[in-house]
Design a protein around this ligand. Structure first.
Ligand code: ASP
Ligand code: ASP
Length: 363
């Protein structure tokens, strides 16, 4: 039995669920330290991140030629992936489909549970377990915070321990978005001393934005990164994120004044108001967000080599006039997502060595 399966099955679900994060992370790792199920940003250490960034760049370089593409497509053409996306998504969904196609995986999808047996009262757990019999990988995006984790535990305890990739769970985690954000930051700073000694500012709905929570955690793997959290009252970052930064000895600032920080930061990470989580109708509409938007005027205050990121979709927090600014990184960020997700899937199925070899021999 592989180590990751053995580790998880040592615990009942309530025990596993209540383990401290560090212990959960150990349970989810394979012998070489890479994740089997990808559920939390905390599963990635610096070695894993460097490895995945390198792999993503190798894959995108190999894919430039027809022979390279045919090689990549042969790697996992015997595997099938299910995309279980019961929460709205088009970007992440397409990005995963494209990543699967690059590696030759066949895909199936469940997006609307009103047409499945869940409509007849079947639990989500039962549905996913049923679907898992037809697939070798499950990528899931759900409204519910702990569902991907529960499915990882359930499948590890079944006769078919299929890997799960969390493509966004509730307000809590979006680890693959954080991976592509790290890849984008690394590429942006690679010729300028790398991702170290930088100030990264997060702006917007930090209370309910899962991408910020996951990226804040991954940034702890890099040397001397100051994290600045700028949000309107009521939408500020959760205390658990701050406690985590404090425990790791990181530097941070909590503020409601975006303009004050613009001239000093190296990266700005904008987010939209996540009003789908409002507890009563119109709750977010009462919040004054006018000081948390970026247009050409705000860009003039920024460093000439700062970068502007956004996980998308955007609303009006970044004016479209900024799209032409060379510091606007959000479209490239999205493209990076496809390569990074391909790297993650390749690593999940142990293809990294073959990709490295092909790259060394042919490029
Ligand atoms: N929130 C989603 C994302 O991860 C939206 C989408 O997928 O369209 O990009
Ligand atoms: N696409 C991101 C997510 O799914 C950000 C967003 O939806 O605002 O969390």
């Amino acid at each position: 039995m592989p180590a990751h399966v053995q580790h998880i099955t040592a615990y009942s679900w309530p025990e596993f669920q209540n383990l401290p994060m560090a212990q959960k992370v150990r349970c989810l790792a394979r012998e070489d330290g890479t994740p089997f199920h990808t559920l939390f940003a905390q599963q990635f250490d610096r070695a894993n991140l460097d490895r995945l960034c390198k792999l993503a760049t190798e894959i995108r370089t190999i894919a430039k030629s027809r022979s390279g593409m045919l090689f990549l497509q042969s790697l996992l053409s015997h595997k099938r992936a299910m995309l279980y996306f019961t929460q709205p998504s088009s970007r992440t969904f397409l990005s995963f489909i494209s990543a699967c196609q690059i590696l030759g995986l066949h895909t199936g999808e469940v997006r609307d549970t009103s047409t499945s047996s869940e409509f007849k009262g079947e639990s989500q757990e039962d549905s996913i377990r049923t679907f898992s019999s037809y697939f070798d990988l499950i990528v899931m995006r759900t409204q519910e915070k702990g569902l991907a984790e529960h499915m990882a535990w359930t499948l590890s305890n079944s006769e078919r321990p299929v890997p799960i990739v969390n493509a966004g769970s509730g307000k809590d985690q979006h680890p693959t978005q954080a991976l592509l954000d790290i890849y984008t930051l690394n590429r942006s700073f690679e010729r300028r001393g790398g991702l170290r000694n930088r100030a990264v500012m997060f702006v917007g709905d930090l209370a309910r934005g899962r991408t910020v929570r996951s990226l804040s955690s991954l940034l702890l793997n890099y040397e001397n990164i100051e994290q600045i959290f700028v949000a309107p009252d009521g939408l500020q970052i959760g205390q658990d994120v701050i406690d985590n930064l404090a425990a790791r000895g990181a530097r941070w600032t909590v503020s409601s004044n975006m303009r004050e920080h613009l001239p000093a930061v190296d990266a700005i990470y904008m987010t939209r108001i996540q009003d789908e989580w409002d507890s009563k109708q119109g709750e977010s509409a009462c919040i004054d967000t006018s000081a948390f938007k970026i247009g050409a005027e705000e860009m003039r205050l920024c460093k000439p080599d700062a970068i502007l990121m956004h996980p998308l979709p955007r609303r009006d927090e970044i004016a479209t006039e900024v799209d032409r600014d060379p510091r606007a990184m959000y479209w490239r960020q999205m493209r990076n997502g496809m390569w990074m997700r391909a790297a993650l899937i390749a690593s999940t199925f142990d293809c990294a060595t073959r990709i490295d070899e092909f790259y060394r021999e042919n490029l």
